[in-house]
Structures are given as structure tokens and as C-alpha cells.
Design a protein. Structure first.
Lengths: 699, 699
């Protein structure tokens, strides 16, 4: 069932309606009436005959016709009984405004569970509890105590914080920003962010989905669904509680576990979600997405009546990585025809301080026709002769004539540009308080366009020996062993197509020399003991041995010295292993995020990871393109490509390694964490070697 | 002469006053009158008897008493004549509003030069030309056509863009932001940013200096003066034209050469200037600096009536690197006494959605007393029972009682908090439109406090052989040779206390073997020719030679092969040099910035610089602390300190090298660019070797 009964109900009952101003039960009723709701409103309150001229009912059952939507504002303890009533009369959509549930602790959590269980049994969908309600301006539905009905517009907003929604509503109303839907999801005991997003995804009025979240209910499903929706319309999210301090505040507030920042970043990137750092930024973006077409590219032209702000815009364009549009010669010529001699005919086009509306109109008209311009920002400062309102009208007109290219505006000032700003807002031209925020918005639009034009995701499936891994994993879990040892880790890697170094365990120096002989020199010796995790720390690794004598010496020294350093260690022997060809050491890893599942990691080995923390993350399963992108996004990528005459390494093979690892951890959710370190890669065409690996499981 | 006659004149003449509304000559006169200026106003216009009820004069000379301040709005061509008149009557302060000078090209530039020369001869100071004028609210002086007289307050503002100043004025007036002075410096033909900053530095009303600049007239003097002033009061600057696109726009606009971004960053850092990215950010900062005390530390407490914004603030605190204050146990206990059970008593303190003003007052009062809190941010969302105005009054009251600790506020919303916001503004509590911008402001305040508490700068002077360098430099310049060769570069380095590798030039294999014998093996051979810059490219470098035979072979191969590759090169021999001890290679460098002088550079050698661009810059002369800070600020600093059991290198000696180099380039302004690459540093206690150096001169 969708949320249609919430958004467009025939009738609404308010259980707990009150006559007392200031009480939530009164405010909601008053808001419903003030908004001009066209359906029937049924106040429910056994102690009142009528409220605000509406007949009041003693209970839901006493209403002649079952209300399609029920708003509950009675105290928490009484909510279960009301839910029973809803089930009885057959209402299928309920908003529980009342607080005092999960957010106050164990008792509230139990109450919430009870209420939702009852709702589910009766096939009732519930928004809340602990929420502000919902608003649908086009239907004159203000089923909330958040504030006045806002204008109707293209933004759908969902918020996990009711108070924030109230603030947003107040700000939006002051600025004439319009919405398609506003939903306060509160504790999201039933209807959650994903339900709301799905519901507005196909809503023709909704041009952009925006929201504030502190947690995400089901990470995996959310990513899948958001990715689907992002192809239809942009999603702008504020997600707080990402940092440590924020997460602590979040969990004390909503009792929900905040996911790790990196996983959220990856999830949002995968899903095409545009993350916003502040409400201001979110509305900066939303204005443009709701009212303007998407830019075809990143080339921005600026029209201004003052040099200073023009320079500020140019600086911002470069900082954001956009392109400062180079105007076509024809454009410059056309501009020269009518602009004064002192005007700057190149980007940023300076129409000069004495420009009236007609000069702006002319310049915008000419620049919009330049095929080398993908978006236009019109700047205006209020000077002696400036016609803010007429200029705004001209912009609305010209932009309306060319609906394929976005136009944004930044009228600086306040009183002197107020009328102009009003005209721009009404005319669908997004208006910004600084050149920087306008340019930041154009950047968000181009990033979204780039995301949308990415090729379809195809995850390659490699032929692997899944059975072999199943056996190892299951045997470990059966015995409660969660760390897989070196030998079996390598079995697992080989089963998924990784090549590991050859070698065998020697228990005597003679054996060691023999194995070395067979492998061919040089070889590596490693102490073999389940009790020694950090082999090098005890002198348990010796590399680059090139002769029988060196092998014998190294063997004997390990066997003699290590038991003295680690008397309790059970030593099984010494591994004699082929020495890897020279190559670069990288790390491939995976950490299973509690919300979003396997998070893949790539980094250069050694100091690059340790000192520079130069690593890239992405959610599994990886496509070839995404695996490659992980490499490219590290600062040290150039080192892999080869610098200073170094020929570089086989980048495709690293990407393949990441994809194989991604397949492994996707097929085996029992693997909690693992890394291949080092993964030694040589020059193009050679086979990388997975030298060492650590795998840990969870039940 | 200071600028007192500009800021507080007894009388003002307006040359070019007009009766025609909309004309600048009218607007200025009208603004002067509307502002309630207490001195005499003399309109000057030969064609009018009186304007706006004031007697009009035919010329400056016909005014009975010489006006202290003269505003010129006549066309550019007439300005020289007016300046002559000023000289004659003895006015010493002139504002040229008129445009059409340097900014329009060569002719205008000549006119400007002529006017300023005349002024200088007569001892007249000039603001402008091509400016908006100036405003001093406390003296009811609005000698501008920028807009209405703003409120009096603690912000001094100077702007190189008149249009921007007009926009700022309009915005400030709408928000009740007060100023001590506003100065539009225009083309700054005489009075420039530095003059204005000096003038307001000791002005008791000015609490913070803010400005918008596109260029800086005299970089070195500016840095020195700004550094002095920053110790007295904060300087907040927007500097545009930093990026490439911005710089192009800047030079087409003002004809001034924009300095390189890195040099500006270093200069601002040295001078304690707080750089702002947008006007909004600048006013966010200015509000707080003008009205609130500086925080003693970085521990921030947050009081809120809603969880969401509290989390957003907590996230921002962590992102900015501030400290999320941990409340004292006593504080928590005290809070528990009066706050409801469901309130969060820990940071962020949640006084809950139904909090009235008294609850905010109580919480703020308690938190302000916590010695573990350095700054408090009060958040408010407009909920059903919220008392925005009364809460604002409570905040103003409590903050006023404890003037030693900054309090900032963020009342979210618009209409519902409007009265509250007005009360906060009047009461000197900075008010922000998002938690993020409030926290960003606290961060700017703490950064300023940290800068101010830095120890006094003491530049160490090393005993050097300055004479020796003088000889080399002067001889080169005399002969017009701008690149100093390897041998003499090393002489210069040695004169400044650097150790360079030992070695001599050999012209025969026998000689080479002999020199190697004396130096001791291993040695390096390098081809010696003024015509070969990149020795390795032609096989002209051979390292790690360990025997006489290897030296002879290498010598003969170079002498045989290189002339074939470079037939025109004049080969003087082969340098036989001692091989450097193992160590890490770093680069010490200097680039002389046209505005700010020698800009020192430090970076790790090899791929760290090439791939990661991991370098640090700072303006010379360097103190020991600054040199060390350059090292610390690189990402690869940890590598110098030693990782993974590596003992690291002698960091103090690298810092010393930077200081010596700083002294050299400071004492020899003829050195345009130089770098020591590689500078090989070994473990602590060893002497670094300046292996190679490149020095280029300018006349």
C-alpha cells in the first residue's frame, strides 16, 4: 500500500482534538481548518460537543463514515486503545503525533512495539510516533502543528526532526518557497524515509526530494531504492550524527545507531544522493533543482553590473572545479553591438554599474544563445540607477524563452533588491545571497548530471570455487573459530582466483633447503606458529635468501632465537616461500558496515596508508568501473601509473582483484572483515600475488 | 597625516553637487543632509543658486571658509582643475568619486597620475578616484552615494569595490548591523588599504576591521602593518582574484596585478589576518568579533530545544576541529535540579521542545559558570510553546552578566523568531542562520586567539660570509649572467653555512681515479658543462662507483658518449664527488613573489613532491618556529620523524637549513629563485648535505 491515504484523504479525524489554544490537539485542528481542507474533518473528544464550529465525536466509532486518515494526539498510554478503534472502523492511515515512545527509553519502546504490532495486524500504515505530522499544500492538507500551510511547489521534504521541520517551514514561508509534501517521520516505527521517498518518486508535482535524517532504517534497501529514484529525480539529504560527537548526540536523542561516516559517504555516492552540509545549502540546491533545467555541461557564464562580485564568482567557479565559459566570438561581437564601450564583453560579462534592465535583458539573451555556455549566473548589485525589479522581470522572461538552460541569480543587498528577489522567486529563478552559493549550486547540478550519465552498473561474476570456501567457513563457524589462519586464508583466496606465493612448511634445515631448491631462489622464510601474529617483531621473517647456506642459517637462527622471545608460542615449523617478483605493494580490504554491508577498501601499502591514510572506500558489489574509480580516487594513483620513467603497475589487475574480493565478501556474509596485505602487483601483463591475508568471521 | 579630516570634518564641500535626482551629485548631497551631518555643507555648482535649501557656491574659492573635506563628483577631465582649487584654498582631504581614471586605460591612468601629483605637492590626501565615498555613522557623515546611513557599531569596513559596498550597506541596514567607518577606496591612487587600516587601528569604536580587496598596494609593508594591528584587533579580509579565472577578471577590472594565491595565504597567515570566503562568512565573523569577548579555549557547549540542530552543531564542532565541551559533574547536577527528567543534561544540553524562556535562562546561566566551557551556542527552533523574544532577552541578560565568555545564538526559522532575532542583535548576541555558521565563527575566534598567543617572532641571524656571496652575485649581474653555475652555487651555500659534497673536476681518467682515491669510495661522477642542464638525461650522472676501475670506465664512457648526444655542448670535464651518506632527500626552495617578497618552500624529495605536491610555503624571514611549522604542516612530516622502526632524520637541522636559506634570500634581493635539491638529511646529530642547488638572479 502506498501513502495515498495520507497525502490525499477524503476525510480526517483528529483523536485528541482540543478546544484549548496552545495545545497540540487544538493547533492541528486549527491548522487543518485554516489551510482550507476540502474533505471532512472529524474532531474526536468525548468531553466536547463541538470545536471551532465542527461537530465533535466521542470516539472514532461514533463517526458515521470511517475517516480515511486518523491523526492521534492523545497521551502515549492511550494510543494502543485508539489504534484498536482504528482497526475496528477500518481506517488504514494513522499519524501518531504523540511523543513518549522509543525516544524516552525501554518502556516507551515496548509501547511503540505494541502499537505497531496492532497496526500491522490490521493492515494500518503509521507515520510517527513522536512527529509533527504532514502537509500537502496542493491538497490544502495541513495535518501538522508545524506552522502555516506553505506555498505549493516542487520540493518534497521529509524530516526525522520535527523541530527542524518547523524551522524550515517558517523560513520557507518567509521566502515563498513551495513544497509538494512535507512529512515528519518521527520515530519512523512503520513508515520510514524509504516509504516516503518511494511515494514521492512518481509524484508528478515533486521535482526534487529533500530530507533530514539522523539514521537510516535499512541501509541496503535504502541504497537500492535511492539509486533507482535518483535516476528519476534528485535526492538532497542532510545526514547528521556522522562525526563522533554528533553520533553520541544522535544516539542519546533518537536511540538509533548512527552508521559510520565513510559508509554513509559511499552509500550516498552509490545512490546518487546529493549530500548537503546545512539547511541553507539544501535549500540553495532544492530551489534550483525544483525550478530549473539541468545543465548539459559545466561551462558557466556570469553577467554582472560590478567587477567585484564577478571576480568572486570567477574564483568560485575555479575552486569548485567548474569551467569558466569562454564565449564564442559571435557572442562577443553581438554583445559589442549594444553594450557600452567600457563593458567587459568576455566572461564575466560586465554590463556596468549604470545598467538598466534592458542591458541585462540584452546580455542574457545573447549569452543564453552561446552553445559554449551550459549555465548562466546573473549578478546584480544595487547601484544608483539599478532597476532590480525590472531586471528580475527581464531575467524571468528570457529564461522562460529558453527552457533548456539553467539561469540562476544573485541579487546582492536587501531592501533595494527585495521586489526583484520576489519576482525572481515567483518566476522560478533561484536567487542566492552570495555568488559562492550560486556557483556551489551549479556544481551540485553538474555533479548530479554526471552521476546520472554514468553507464549502467554491471557487476562481473567470476567463475570461482564457492564450495571450497563454504567448507572452510562453515567448519570454522561450527567450531567457533572466527579467525582463519594463513594457510586456509590462502585456500580461500585461490578459490576466488587469486594467486598466492608457492611454498611449504619445513621442520628441519634440510627440508628448508630442499623446498628452497624446488621453488628456486630467492626465497622467504617465515616462522609458522598460530601464536605469533606479528612475525617480523620476533625476527620471524627473513626475505631475499639466495643460497642454500643462507636458507640453513636463517632457519637455524629462527628455531634457536624465537622460542627464547616467545616461550609460550607453539612453533609448527618455518614456511619456505617463493619470493615475489619486484612490484608495488597495495592493500585490498573489506569492512562490513552494520548498515550498508561490505565496504571495500583500497590503499597503497606501507607508509602511504600508514602516514597519509590514502585509502579509498566503496560499497560492494563493485563494478569494474567502480573498482577502477577507487584506485583513481587515491592521491597515490599516479605512483601506480608510474612516475619518473617507472613503467607503473597493472592497474586493471588490481581492479580485478578488488572485484574478486567484492564477489567473495558478497557471497559470504559470514566474512566480517578481511584484507589482502600486501597484494603485490608488477608491471602490466604480470600476475599480482596475494602474499598475505587476514580473514575474520562472524556467526 | 592621518585620516581625521576625512572621518570627522568640520565642513564638507561637494564639487559637482546637482539638483537632479538620480545624479550622483544629487545623491551625495541628499545623503549628507539625510544623515543629519552636524557640520557645514557647501554645495559647489556654478549653475545653481541653492540645492535642497543650501546656498550653492560657484567655486571652492568663493566659499568664505575653506572646507575641511572636499567631495569631487565632476567629470574626470575637470578633476585636475578642482584639485588645483583645493590646493589654493587649503583643503587637505579630498574624495574623488568620479570614475574614468586608471580603470579605463592608459589615458585615464595618466590623468590619475597628474591629479595625484598635484595633490601630493599640496599635501592633500585623496580617497579614490572611482569610489563610492565614505561613511562615519557616529559622526552622521554619509559622504557617499552608497545608501542610507547605517547604524553605529564596531565594524570598520573598507572595500575596493564600490558596488559591493553598496550591497553590503543595504544588507547591513536590513539586519541592523552597525559600523564605525565604511570606506570605498576605489582605485586607491593615494589612500590605500593600509592607510585605512592604520587609521582605524587605534579607533576606540572599531572592534574589528573588515574589508574586500582585489589587490594589495605594497605587500611587504602591508604584512608588517597588518601583523601589528592584528595584535590589537582582528582583521577579516575577503581577497578575490586569487584563482586563475578570478585573477583574469581582476586585471581586466582594476588594472591591478593580482598576487599568487600561495603568497597571499602565507602573507595573511603571517599577519594574523582571518581570510573570509564570502561576504556572508565575513559578516558572520564580524558580528561575533565586534560584540563578543574572545573565547579562552576551544571547548564549546550547545544548548538547544530540539535534538536535530543539536546534532548538527555537534557534527560541526568535530568537523572544525573544536572541542565538544564535557560538562563538569557539578554542572550536570545543577542542571538536573530544574530541567525536566527527559532533558539531556550533557552537551548538547536539550532543554526540550516545550522549553519556555526561563528554562533557557537557567540552563545558560549554569553552563556559563562551567570552567570547562569556553563558548556557548544557544539553538532555538520555533515550536508550539517556544518564546523566541523572551528567550532572546534572557540570553542577552545572562551573557551581559558574564562578559568574559562568548555567547552566540542560532534561532532557526523566520517570522516566528523575528522579534527574538531583533532583540539578540540589539543586545550584541551574534545570531546565525544555521548551527554550522555559528560553529564556523567560533572556530575563527579560536584561531585568532591562537595566533595572538604565539610567541614573539625572533629571526635568528647566523654568522655568514656575506662578502663572498656579494662578489659572486655582483660579478654575475655585471656580466648579465642570471643563472649561477653549480660550482659557484655551492660557494654561495657554503658561505651561508651549508655543507656541500666534496669533489673536484677531472679532465682525464687518471685524474678522476686520483680524486676518487682521495675522497674515498663510493663516489659519484657528473659531467661538467655549462650547456648541459639535465645531466641524467644524457647519461651524465653515475652514482655508487666503488673502485678505481668503475671510475675509469664511467669517465671514459661519458667523455665518449655525451659529445655524440650533445655535439654543441662545451664539456669542461667530469666532477668526481663524494657519495652522500644514506639519508632522506628533501627540497628547500625560494620563489620571490612580486608582492610579498621571498616565499620559502619545503617539500619531501622525489614522488612526494611530484605526485602528492606535498609542499609547504611561508614568507621569509623565517623564525625557528616557523621553519619547524613548515615541516610539520606537510603530510609527509611523519616520514621525517620516522615510521616503522626507522629512526627518522634530524628535523632541527632541516629547519636550520630553511632559516639559513631565508637569511640568504633576505640579504640578497637579487636572488629571484633558488632551490637546494636534494638536501640530504640523515639521522639526528648528523650533518645534512646540500647536494645540488639552482640559483637564478634578477637585476
Amino acid at each position: 500500500m502506498g501513502l495515498e491515504s495520507f497525502f490525499n484523504p477524503r476525510s480526517v479525524a483528529i483523536v485528541g482534538a482540543s478546544r484549548q489554544e496552545g495545545k497540540v490537539g487544538y493547533e492541528i485542528l486549527a491548522n487543518m481548518i485554516a489551510a482550507g481542507y476540502k474533505g471532512q474533518i472529524f474532531p474526536v473528544n468525548p468531553k466536547a460537543e463541538e470545536i471551532e464550529g465542527l461537530k465533535c465525536y466521542a470516539s472514532l466509532e461514533s463517526i458515521p463514515d470511517a475517516p480515511e486518515l486518523v491523526l492521534i494526539v492523545v497521551p502515549a498510554k492511550m494510543v494502543p486503545a485508539v489504534m484498536q478503534e482504528c482497526a475496528k472502523v477500518g481506517s488504514k492511515a494513522v499519524v501518531i503525533i504523540t511523543a513518549g515512545f522509543k525516544e524516552v527509553g525501554e518502556e516507551g519502546r515496548a509501547l511503540e512495539r505494541q502499537v505497531i504490532q496492532a497496526a500491522r495486524q490490521a493492515g494500518i500504515r503509521v507515520i510517527g510516533p513522536n512527529c509533527l505530522g504532514l502537509i500537502v499544500p496542493a491538497n490544502h492538507l495541513n495535518a501538522s502543528f508545524g506552522g502555516d500551510l506553505p506555498a505549493s511547489g516542487g520540493i518534497a521534504y521529509l524530516s526525522q526532526s520535527g523541530a527542524l521541520l518547523a524551522a524550515i517551514l517558517d523560513t520557507a514561508n518567509a521566502n515563498g518557497i513551495g513544497f509538494s509534501k512535507l512529512v515528519s517521520i518521527g520515530n519512523k516505527a512503520d513508515v520510514d524515509e524509504q516509504d516516503v521517498m518511494e511515494a514521492v518518486a512518481d509524484d508528478a508535482q515533486t521535482k526534487v526530494i529533500a530530507g533530514y535524517l539522523e539514521s537510516i532504517t535499512d541501509g541496503n534497501a535504502f541504497v537500492r531504492e535511492a539509486e533507482r529514484i535518483s535516476h528519476i529525480k534528485p535526492i538532497l539529504l542532510m545526514k547528521s550524527g556522522g562525526t563522533q560527537a554528533g553520533a553520541e548526540a544522535a544516539s542519546s536523542h533518537t536511540g538509533s545507531l548512527a552508521g559510520s561516516e565513510v559508509a554513509y559517504e559511499s552509500a550516498f555516492e552509490r545512490a546518487g544522493i546529493i549530500r548537503c552540509d546545512s539547511i541553507k545549502q539544501q535549500f540553495d540546491y532544492a530551489q534550483a533543482f525544483a525550478n530549473q533545467p539541468l545543465p548539459a555541461g559545466s561551462r558557466v557564464a556570469v553577467i554582472t553590473n560590478a567587477g567585484g562580485p564577478g571576480i568572486m564568482a570567477a574564483d568560485a567557479i575555479e575552486r569548485e572545479g567548474l569551467t569558466f565559459a569562454k564565449l564564442d566570438e559571435g557572442t562577443v561581437k553581438k554583445l559589442a553591438e549594444k553594450l557600452p564601450a567600457a563593458a567587459n564583453l568576455h566572461n564575466p560579462i560586465d554590463v556596468l554599474g549604470d545598467a538598466l534592465a534592458d542591458r541585462y535583458e540584452f546580455a542574457l539573451d545573447v549569452v543564453m544563445d552561446d552553445s559554449g555556455v551550459d549555465a548562466v549566473l546573473v549578478l546584480l548589485t544595487p547601484q544608483a540607477m539599478t532597476e532590480a525589479a525590472a531586471t528580475a522581470e527581464a531575467i524571468v522572461k528570457v529564461a522562460g524563452q529558453r527552457p533548456g538552460k539553467p539561469v540562476l541569480s544573485c541579487f546582492l543587498g536587501a531592501a533595494k533588491v527585495r521586489d526583484g528577489v520576489g519576482i525572481l522567486r515567483k518566476g522560478g529563478i533561484p536567487q542566492y545571497d552570495s555568488p559562492e552559493s550560486a556557483i556551489d549550486t551549479i556544481d551540485a547540478m553538474t555533479r548530479y548530471v554526471q552521476w546520472r550519465s554514468r553507464p549502467k552498473r554491471v557487476v562481473r561474476l567470476f567463475p570461482v570455487n564457492r564450495r571450497r570456501v563454504e567448507n572452510i567457513v562453515e567448519r570454522h563457524l561450527r567450531h567457533g573459530i572466527l579467525d582463519i589462519g594463513e594457510a586456509e586464508s590462502k585456500d580461500i583466496l585461490e578459490a576466488y582466483g587469486f594467486v598466492t606465493p608457492k611454498g611449504s612448511i619445513a621442520t628441519t634445515a634440510d627440508q628448508a633447503a630442499n623446498i628452497a631448491q624446488q621453488l628456486g631462489y630467492p626465497v622467504v622464510l617465515k616462522i609458522w606458529s598460530p601464536d605469533i601474529l606479528h612475525k617480523s617483531d620476533v625476527g620471524g621473517v627473513k626475505v631475499g635468501l639466495t643460497s642454500e647456506q643462507e636458507v640453513r642459517d636463517a632457519f637455524d637462527l629462527m628455531i634457536y632465537r624465537i622460542p627464547k622471545k616467545k616461550p609460550d608460542a607453539h612453533i609448527l615449523g618455518v614456511l619456505v616461500q617463493e619470493m615475489c617478483r619486484k612490484g608495488k605493494e597495495v592493500i585490498l580490504g573489506m569492512h562490513r558496515d552494520p548498515h550498508f554491508g561490505p565496504l571495500m577498501m583500497f590503499g597503497m601499502g606501507g607508509i602511504m596508508v600508514e602516514v597519509l591514510k590514502d585509502v579509498a572506500f566503496y560499497l560492494a558489489p563493485l563494478t569494474a568501473q567502480e573498482a577502477k574509480q577507487m584506485l583513481v580516487s587515491t592521491k597515490t594513483y599516479k605512483i601506480l601509473q608510474g612516475v619518473r620513467g617507472d613503467e607503473g603497475v597493472d592497474i586493471e589487475r588490481i581492479a580485478e582483484g578488488l572485484q574478486r574480493l567484492s564477489q567473495l565478501v558478497t557471497e559470504f556474509p559470514q566474512i566480517k572483515e578481511m584484507d589482502i596485505n600486501p597484494y603485490v602487483v608488477g608491471s602490466p601483463g604480470t600476475t599480482p600475488i596475494a602474499v598475505d591475508a587476514r580473514i575474520s568471521l562472524e556467526q
